[in-house]
Design a binder for this molecule. Structure first.
Ligand SMILES: C#C[C@@H]1N[C@@H](C)[C@@H](O)[C@H]1O
Length: 438
């Protein structure tokens, strides 16, 4: 075991109530919004091939021209309640909102920089109405914060010279001030989702980041901070030099999903996912494969079946409206969640052998198992293997709870659940009530 001062400060999952609630969210919404939504991945008729929120890093648009987009920020169609309603309709239990992305533009009137909404034509705070709207909708708020800040003169990719070091010290204080400011201005926020922490400059700040995390947790007891915030003194990120998770949950699943339970090492985790291949901020021209509602529902079920949360990204337009494709997906996913949410909310890894028809989830603290079916067997016989003594007392399709399904024990603790072919092209859920829960 390597002696670490700034490694992980906890072995195993958090067991407090706030984290238990986080663990049960199942489905969340990510919002990426800022100045980058105005060009929407295009400049002077030319398409930027990268992710739209990274357009400032493209040599097709002068940095100063990008930075002056602040004078065009006037989202006349912004309506915080509409965003929260879209999330509610989808069945999201929490939302992660960009307060500041890598370009440094602040969606709140920070007093530590002039590069904020306060100095745009819009003038008003964006974060306050959003936090209030989501709180009112009963959706918990997590604040996304990018440490990397291309607008701040003290930002450095690495600390090589004395000048770098002096400049970065100022940047570190600025970062701390903004984080304390956010936690003070939006006290109902349940956590912080950090990004932009991969460069050497920040990775070298193990002590500072550790102390800052401690300060934030003291200011806001119960605050949820993921594994992406800080590195240990050996420069290890997400998992410290003893391979122990840093922070409260693993933030490594960005646009990808674990495949088996061993991949998540017994930790909490979330998967954050884009609708196109790789566009977080609004992009006018979505290219390539655009994920369907069924694909996203399957990713949600797979995430919950492996003990994580699935967070779907929305990139509102520069005028503040949510694009129609995203609204359609929210409605389609929401329609499915209306019928099947019992298999997603407050559910966990079931500890059972995965079968080909889909994913098991298990109600936390209960004796209900859910079979979320994506690949119905042509035989109509759904294979289930249970631990000894668990036994099945009842089986039914969630949509038709009064119609019990026939259960055939084909081997010891191995069953076929018989269900005639379901119509339609939607995934569905079979519920198994068991004699005992373990
Ligand atoms: C790379 C990168 C960033 N991480 C995702 C969550 C988006 O914010 C993207 O710009």
């Amino acid at each position: 075991k390597i002696e670490l001062k700034h490694g992980s400060h906890r072995i195993g999952k958090r067991t407090d109530e706030v984290m238990q609630k986080w663990r049960g969210y199942g489905l969340g919404q990510f919002i990426h919004w800022g100045l980058y939504a105005i060009p929407g991945g295009e400049w002077n008729g030319k398409q930027y091939n990268g992710a739209a929120e990274w357009i400032r890093s493209w040599n097709g648009i002068p940095k100063s021209t990008y930075d002056s987009l602040i004078y065009k920020f006037n989202p006349v169609n912004f309506n915080a309640d509409e965003w929260a309603t879209t999330a509610k309709q989808m069945g999201a239990k929490y939302v992660t909102i960009t307060t500041k992305h890598h370009d440094g533009f602040c969606l709140w009137p920070s007093k530590y920089t002039s590069y904020t909404v306060a100095n745009s034509p819009w003038k008003k705070d964006i974060m306050k109405p959003l936090v209030d709207a989501y709180d009112k909708a009963g959706i918990d708020v997590i604040l996304y914060f990018s440490v990397m800040d291309w607008n701040h003169p003290g930002w450095r990719y690495d600390i090589k010279t004395k000048e770098d070091s002096v400049a970065f010290e100022g940047f570190k204080q600025f970062t701390r001030n903004q984080l304390i400011e956010l936690l003070t201005m939006y006290p109902t926020a349940k956590g912080l989702w950090f990004d932009g922490t991969w460069d050497k400059s920040w990775v070298k700040q193990a002590e500072f980041a550790d102390q800052l995390e401690t300060e934030m947790r003291k200011l806001r007891p119960g605050l949820i901070i993921g594994s992406r915030f800080r590195a240990d003194e050996k420069g290890k990120r997400h998992f410290d030099a003893n391979n122990v998770l840093m922070g409260d949950y693993e933030q490594g699943w960005e646009r990808k999903l674990p495949n088996k339970i061993e991949d998540v090492h017994g930790n909490d985790w979330d998967c954050v996912m884009t609708v196109p291949e790789n566009q977080w901020g609004y992009n006018k021209a979505w290219k390539g494969h655009i994920k369907t509602a069924n694909e996203l529902i399957e990713m949600t079920a797979k995430s919950v079946s492996l003990g994580g949360n699935f967070v779907l990204n929305f990139g509102p337009q520069g005028d503040g409206a949510i694009r129609k494709e995203e609204k359609q997906l929210a409605t389609q996913i929401g329609n499915w969640m209306k019928i099947n949410k019992e298999a997603i909310y407050n559910c966990q890894y079931a500890g059972l052998e995965k079968q080909d028809w889909g994913y098991f989830t298990k109600k936390t603290g209960g004796n209900k198992l859910y079979m979320v079916v994506f690949n119905a067997p042509v035989s109509g016989a759904y294979r289930v293997k249970l631990p000894a003594k668990m036994g099945i007392t009842k089986a039914y399709a969630l949509a038709t709870p009064t119609q019990s399904l026939s259960t055939e024990e084909i081997h010891t603790n191995e069953y076929f659940i018989h269900l005639k072919k379901q119509g339609g092209d939607q995934p569905f859920v079979i519920v198994l009530e068991t004699k005992n829960s373990s």
